[in-house]
Design a protein around this ligand. Sequence first.
Ligand code: PEP
Ligand code: MN
Length: 345
Amino acid sequence: MIISMRKNAARAEIDSVIQRIEDFGYKIHTIEGEERVVIGAIGVGDTSACLEALEAMNCVEKAVRISAPYKFVSREFKPGRTTITVGGNVHVGNSEFVVMAGPCSVESEKQILESAELAAKGGAKILRGGAFKPRTSPYDFQGMEEEGLKLLAKAREHTGLAIVTEVMSDNDVSLVASYADVMQVGARNMQNFALLKALGKCGKPVLLKRGLSSTIKELLMSAEYIVAHGNNDVMLCERGIRTFETATRNTCDIVACAVLRELTHLPVILDPSHATGKRSLVPALSRAGVAIGADGLIVEIHPNPQKAISDGAQSLEPAQWLDMMKSLQPYIELWKAERMSTVAV
Ligand code: PEP
Ligand code: MN
């Protein structure tokens, strides 16, 4: 159930509603908006009786049953959009189209500092770079781990860019959270429930990537884990899924961006790099991401992709990255105009 309080309801009224819901045996989760508090009630109980009791309370505007299996992340729960503040001054899911860019892996100080400068020069607001790498082969480079996190922090100091980096295990959540501005959950970990639960308490926004063979519903259920465990700041990422097609590394389910915007209030980010595996395809897919109304992109770039330790083939060359960002501008302007005309839709 979702219970919307009347505008500017008093604290005591909110507490009395929470008490009433708990008396019916439900657990609650609140979202405090500027004008209104919305309460989610989860659990097993007599929903009809509870809804009736709540609707009889003057301070309750609306109490409804939510049919989706994912509750807190559904649009039924929150008809508006979630805006996530990253590193203090970047707002994802707002009237800003946010681009995250950087190498697949942090490889050295020189490489990450050059990448960060390049990312900033192109207009990215967030630097990506993996310090913990989920590799298909155990013999491949596994990442620089804490040393890599330190280099990312150095790159942030140099450029002012926020940092998004992957966390692979619940054991590493507090370590990664002490450096990162956004915690990335890789496709291979989308259903690592221990990790998702730990991220509920990490205090940092999360970028949750869609699993290689996961449905949109499963992606939303994984986001629900993080929110239900206390963290409302989740961005979803379409990064391509596995199909019978072999021309691209993955098959980009581009319409998933639009589907997600219908089903959830959480921001949606497109990863055109892992979706294609091929740098020549990244600019076209990025344009598609802007056009379909994604909230941002996460793009792999490298100062010298030929020398990249991982994902060189899909990493943009410096000039190609700068060109792409320039050529995306007119599309981003249209995107912004549309956002301004559909505020809170
Ligand atoms: C990555 O971002 O480098 C990565 C490993 O992505 P994914 O989890 O989507 O494969
Ligand atoms: Mn990669």
